[in-house]
Design a protein around this ligand. Structure first.
Ligand SMILES: *[C@@H]1O[C@H](CO)[C@@H](O)[C@H](O)[C@H]1NC(C)=O
Ligand SMILES: *[C@@H]1O[C@H](CO)[C@@H](O)[C@H](O)[C@H]1NC(C)=O
Ligand SMILES: *[C@@H]1O[C@H](CO)[C@@H](O)[C@H](O)[C@H]1NC(C)=O
Ligand SMILES: *[C@@H]1O[C@H](CO)[C@@H](O)[C@H](O)[C@H]1NC(C)=O
Ligand SMILES: *[C@@H]1O[C@H](CO)[C@@H](O)[C@H](O)[C@H]1NC(C)=O
Length: 184
């Protein structure tokens, strides 16, 4: 009799242990191993080639940045500045506002990308590319923040984002292809 009870008790205990392990593993994989947010940049299309001829004035591209959070946790980032480069040289910057992206949601923010013509026109490659009709810029940023799950679990997280921006000189249109990597 006594032996039977002991077996029953231990059976129930091990079932509880298995359930707890499954819950912890599920939490670990869904919350603490977050997927990379998807960042899309819609660069402004207001670039005039003549603007480059005035090196004392910055060119501002009014751009939209969309951040999509594919996770169960909230993302919260501090404001920072993205740097814009041409052939590896910094030619501009873009402010990134602090942002809070709820789980499975998208958030848009506007960012006036400032390009300094004075930095570009000194580069002979710039004129070659303009003559060829496309100007390729790259923006990179490291955003530091937190991943928050169920208001209790908080982990510092760093998001690295890089976008290749192509400006089509004649049509004044521009497009960007981005990649993002999250580190927790
Ligand atoms: C151009 O932008 C840079 C970087 O944002 C800034 O430091 C500089 O003062 C700006 N220049 C002008 C003329 O607005
Ligand atoms: C972030 O925002 C604060 C308050 O608005 C401001 O003082 C700070 O300069 C900003 N930092 C960056 C990197 O833009
Ligand atoms: C965010 O901006 C993009 C590009 O302009 C637009 O297509 C989308 O509808 C916007 N989304 C929201 C939620 O405002
Ligand atoms: C700019 O980037 C586009 C797309 O990646 C590419 O087709 C083009 O050759 C590049 N232009 C220059 C001048 O590097
Ligand atoms: C941007 O361009 C560089 C050089 O061509 C390439 O290595 C990188 O993968 C591109 N990034 C994206 C997000 O397409």
């Amino acid at each position: 009799m006594g032996v039977g009870k002991k077996k029953l008790c231990c059976g129930v205990t091990s079932i509880f242990i298995v359930i707890i392990v499954i819950v912890i593993l599920t939490l670990a994989f869904t919350i603490f191993k977050p997927r990379d947010p998807i960042i899309t940049l819609y660069p402004g299309s207001n670039i005039e080639v003549t603007s480059f001829l005035n090196p004392t004035k910055n060119i501002t591209l009014d751009s939209i940045i969309t951040i999509e959070n594919p996770n169960y946790g909230v993302f919260r980032y501090k404001n920072t500045t993205s740097s814009v480069t041409f052939r590896g040289k910094v030619v501009g910057e873009a402010p990134i506002m602090d942002i809070y992206v709820p789980p499975h949601k998208k958030r848009n923010m506007t960012s006036p990308v400032a390009i300094m013509p004075v930095r570009l026109i000194q580069d002979p490659h710039f004129w070659i590319d303009v003559a060829a009709g496309t100007l390729n810029l790259t923006s990179t940023v490291l955003m530091s923040g937190k991943v928050i799950a169920m208001n209790i679990f908080k982990r510092p997280a760093t998001l690295y984002n890089s976008c290749n921006i192509t400006v089509f000189i004649l049509s004044k249109k521009s497009e960007a292809i981005c990649e993002s990597k999250l580190k927790v």
